[in-house]
Write a protein that binds this ligand. Structure first.
Ligand code: NAG
Ligand code: NAG
Ligand code: MN
Length: 582
């Protein structure tokens, strides 16, 4: 009895002492976790100490010998060519080569020299690095994990979260679960019970992540020296800032690590009116805003795969539109939403991440694509522009992609309600204040006078890029090339004549020279073209030479000839494509 009573008293004193200590602790730290950022109103900005390495720079440079070390190319022996070719066609990258390179290999430090002298606050938020994958090759996936573990200060790494989008490769099952145990809980694996596609799987990763910040990387990356503090710092100062590392290239054949951009040159993400992602040199206005060229700068958009964002903020702004399908356009959706609804996007020169650019996309979308009619990516673009563009800008998209008008984008009322709830600004505001440099590269588009297939009166055949990329000569082929397969819409014969005489095919233009009628790169920043179409004669005249587009009866070749309006080989009619999806 007395022993028990004695124990109870000890326990009681113990508990009192415990709560007193806890109370004092809470008092001193200002409530811990969540309120930390609000109580310490003044946060020390990163500071540069020239000549003295920054506080998170590695203390020693690791050098290693072996295949692919130092980011050098690794070449297989001639007798391995079959394995190389087989893995290249199965994965879009040479896994036979990757498998021979250490998961801990060293890569070159390609940062600007200035980057080594920045100091960052010690209390940056902790990150979950989220890697989404579907049937990824083992060694590229695990090299991504190893590089993050090796090159991230542990106090900033909450976890590496692997999110498996329903892979069926055997080694990504039990073997993977066993392997990650060696990271003592730092690497966590969750799996989708069915295929969801990249976009929805990323959202699931964010929902399940435990870090204050989520950093999305592709599952075939290698992070660079001291990559994480510069990426986390802007988010630490402002939770509505999303950050993007500078991407380096890793060769898909021999895994050489090399810069994509020239040293010290900065680019930022923009787009053209068909919603193809483009990059533009950093405008002077942004250069002048910063005191060092190594500092982060604003960017209208981003390529999509690699970025860091406050987890709660990402979820608060609705993450990605759940109506987006599989892959594509989500980078624009997130960018427009962030900027228009009060946040910002910054590219961070001192944070570099290498990425393997695949030779092609080796996966099918399987069942995910079956339900929809028309090209998935254009459906996504249509959803994005219908939510975020003002009416005037929507027209530019439909001018550039006339068939998109027919596509069923599904219900966007939830997205419009979100835009309303978050009191987001107009697209005009975004163009004037954020993407102000876009206009000089991709001016506002004049309307199409005609669009569709361009049919020759004599042969009833259609002008066609013949599947070749610019610059190339245009050819002729039977009209209505898209057949009945709805997934196989060919844009090669979809021609647009605008009100300024420009003849476009996709993002390219049609022009003429001595060799014939050619598909060329459109002059950047111009919507004017060399053509005059005569609505009566149906001739297409080259304004400068005053000659007309003519088809040669024997060779079926195209060239400029002296105009002869009654010659049917010089007569062209445009036929709009009836909707292939109804
Ligand atoms: C965070 O960034 C946004 C967008 O640039 C800005 O409007 C806002 O004032 C910033 N908030 C703070 C606390 O600095
Ligand atoms: C037709 O065009 C092709 C490709 O440009 C060229 O090789 C060929 O010589 C041309 N034929 C004639 C008869 O001009
Ligand atoms: Mn990738």
């Amino acid at each position: 009895m007395s022993a028990i009573r004695f124990n109870r008293r000890v326990v009681r004193y113990f508990l009192i002492a415990f709560f007193v200590v806890l109370f004092l602790y809470v008092l001193m730290t200002g409530g811990g976790g969540n309120s930390k950022s609000s109580t310490s109103a003044i946060k020390k900005k990163p500071w540069m100490t020239t000549g003295k390495l920054g506080n998170f720079e590695p203390k020693e440079i690791i050098e290693r010998e072996g295949p692919g070390e130092g980011g050098h190319a690794h070449h297989l022996k001639p007798n391995q060519e079959n394995d190389a070719a087989a893995s290249l066609s199965a994965y879009g990258m040479n896994m036979a080569c990757s498998d021979e390179i250490s998961l801990d290999r060293t890569i070159p430090d390609l940062r600007m020299d200035e980057c080594k002298y920045w100091n960052y606050p010690e209390d940056l938020p902790r990150a979950s690095v989220v890697l989404v994958f579907h049937n990824e090759g083992w060694s590229t996936l695990m090299r991504t994990v190893h590089s993050v573990i090796n090159r991230t200060p542990p106090q900033f790494l909450e976890e590496v979260l692997l999110v498996d989008d329903f892979s069926d490769k055997e080694n990504l099952k039990g073997k993977l679960e066993t392997y990650i145990k060696k990271f003592n809980g730092k690497v966590r694996l969750i799996r989708n019970p069915e295929r969801q596609g990249l976009i929805r799987t990323r959202v699931r990763g964010a929902e399940e992540a435990r870090g204050e910040v989520v950093i999305f990387l592709d599952a075939h990356c290698e992070v660079g020296t001291n990559w994480i503090p510069p990426l986390l710092a802007p988010i630490y100062y402002n939770r509505t800032t999303m950050t993007v590392p500078v991407i380096d290239g890793i060769d898909h054949d021999h895994f050489e690590y090399r810069p994509v951009y020239q040293a010290g040159q900065h680019f930022r993400g923009i787009f053209e009116w068909g919603m193809l992602y483009k990059e533009n040199e950093l405008p002077d206005k942004e250069v002048q805003r910063r005191s060092f060229n190594s500092m982060p700068y604003d960017s209208p958009t981003h390529a999509g795969g690699l970025f860091a964002i406050n987890r709660n903020y990402f979820l608060q702004i609705g993450a990605y539109d759940p109506g987006l399908l599989v892959w594509g356009g989500e980078n624009f959706e997130l960018s427009f939403k962030i900027w228009q609804c009060g946040g910002s996007i910054q590219w961070v020169p001192c944070s570099r991440v290498g990425h393997v650019y695949r030779s092609f996309m080796p996966y099918t979308f399987g069942k995910l694509a079956e339900k929809k009619k028309g090209p998935l990516i254009t459906i996504n673009y249509k959803r994005v522009i219908e939510v975020w563009f003002d009416d005037k800008f929507k027209e530019y998209f439909y001018t550039r992609e006339p068939l998109a008008r027919y596509l069923d984008m599904g219900d966007i009322s939830e997205q419009l309600a979100l835009k309303d709830r978050l009191q987001c600004k107009s697209f005009q505001w975004f163009m004037d204040n954020v993407a102000y440099d876009m206009r000089e590269k991709f001016p506002e588009l004049p309307p199409n006078v005609h669009w569709g297939e361009m049919i020759n009166k004599a042969t009833k055949e259609c002008i066609d890029t013949m599947g070749h990329a610019a610059p190339t000569v245009m050819g002729m082929s039977p009209c209505h090339g898209w057949g009945n397969n709805q997934e196989d819409i060919s844009d090669d014969k979809l021609v647009r004549l605008n009100a300024k005489g420009q003849l476009g095919v996709g993002e390219r233009c049609i022009d003429a020279d001595r060799q014939g009628i050619k598909l060329v790169f459109c002059p950047l920043g111009s919507v004017e073209g060399p053509w005059h179409y005569d609505e009566g004669d149906k001739t297409l005249m080259h304004k400068e030479t005053r000659k007309c587009v003519a088809l040669h009866p024997q060779s079926n070749n195209l060239s400029l000839m002296p105009c002869d309006p009654i010659n049917t080989y010089q007569q062209w009619v445009f036929k709009e494509i009836p909707s292939p999806w109804h």
